[in-house]
Design a protein around this ligand. Structure first.
Ligand SMILES: Nc1ncnc2c1ncn2[C@@H]1O[C@H](COP(=O)(O)OP(=O)(O)OP(=O)(O)O)[C@@H](O)[C@H]1O
Length: 307
């Protein structure tokens, strides 16, 4: 496995031995991944490889069966709001906006982890609350400027075109002032122009000092954007390295095409099943005829006539 490590940068995210099982299914198996300050790291892999499950383990939505996730040297608590408070924000594969709230209100919701005013202050609307509210609005408007949505601050979220809804999700995530932003398929459903704009936005986010971990299926986007890319296959990290290294790795191509290769995650199990099936197929016809029953393993060809 090829690994590129930046030793001088601060480690922002350190996921170590993360495993997530759902009953008998191991969706993520012993995955290690770091993200350093100033980096954009990509997470790729075929459908069902475990990418979103891994994100859910990082953000407290799932409690990993095994493993540990640290942010800037501190182990993250397995509760989404505490993870956000610690400095890790995320967007979702399926857009999760408050569709009947305005664009500005959506960003203000994302701001709540950074406001200190409590319930009584909010109910009494005292000077502390008003000051905090004004600051939140100012910050939210800054973020809308940054993401190019300021002109639509008063529009209902549901009336935004799809690409802008994705941007709004990012603005809302940024409202919690994260040090690490996790993006789950940020360009899904976007046209090429919107995808290019999303790329520029993510570069700008990185330039503001926020490390980024991004899941994407658009390979051109990911290889253009990322400093480092990790490829998951059947829950295991198969390859990690620079975009050039990952792009040129035959195992990654094979994994996407579904071609089996030596050492592939799950390949041993597949080989065992295939061997057992071959053995059964070789022995079953004679047995089946002598015992007067049909083979259940054979799927093609007519039954052979016995003289
Ligand atoms: N809550 C759950 N309960 C049971 N199985 C789950 C659950 N969440 C995910 N899985 C399974 O875990 C595996 C990994 O799914 P996951 O959604 O993480 O893959 P992915 O790489 O994000 O896929 P995609 O690219 O299609 O979004 C799949 O087999 C999926 O069916």
């Amino acid at each position: 496995m090829t690994t590129t490590t930046t030793t001088t940068a601060e480690t922002v995210l350190d996921a170590s031995g993360v495993t997530m099982r759902f009953g008998g299914l191991t969706a993520v198996r012993s995955v290690d991944l770091t993200v350093n300050s100033g980096e954009i790291v990509g997470l790729i892999g075929p459908n069902g490889a475990g990418k979103t499950t891994f994100f859910n383990c990082l953000t407290g939505l799932y409690v990993p069966t095994e493993g540990r996730v640290s942010y800037k040297g501190t182990v993250l608590p397995p509760k989404p709001h505490l993870v956000t408070q610690a400095g890790v924000a995320r967007t979702f594969q399926n857009i999760r906006l408050f569709s009947n709230m305005t664009v500005l209100e959506n960003v203000l919701v994302g701001r709540h982890t950074r406001t200190k005013e409590g319930l009584w202050s909010a109910l009494l609307r005292g000077p502390g609350f008003k000051r905090a509210e004004a600051e939140s609005r100012e910050r939210a408007m800054e973020l809308l400027e940054f993401t190019g949505l300021a002109a639509k601050a008063d529009h209902l979220a549901r009336n935004l075109p799809y690409g802008e809804q994705r941007k709004l999700e990012i603005a809302r995530a940024l409202a919690s002032d994260p040090g690490l932003l996790l993006l789950d398929e940020p360009t899904a459903g976007m046209n090429p122009q919107e995808t290019r704009a999303a790329e520029d936005l993510i570069f700008a986010i990185r330039d503001q000092g926020i490390a980024v971990l991004v899941i994407e299926h658009d390979m051109r986007f990911i290889f253009n954007l990322c400093d480092r890319v990790a490829c998951l296959v059947q829950g295991e990290k198969l390859v990690e390295g620079s975009p050039e290294v990952v792009q040129g790795d035959d195992r990654v191509v094979a994994a996407y095409l579904g071609t089996p290769f030596e050492g592939a995650p799950g390949a041993e199990e597949v080989a065992e099943v295939e061997a057992a099936e071959a053995e059964a197929a070789a022995s079953t016809p004679a047995d089946a005829v002598s015992e007067g029953r049909e083979s259940t393993t054979r799927t093609t060809g007519p039954e052979k006539e016995t003289p």
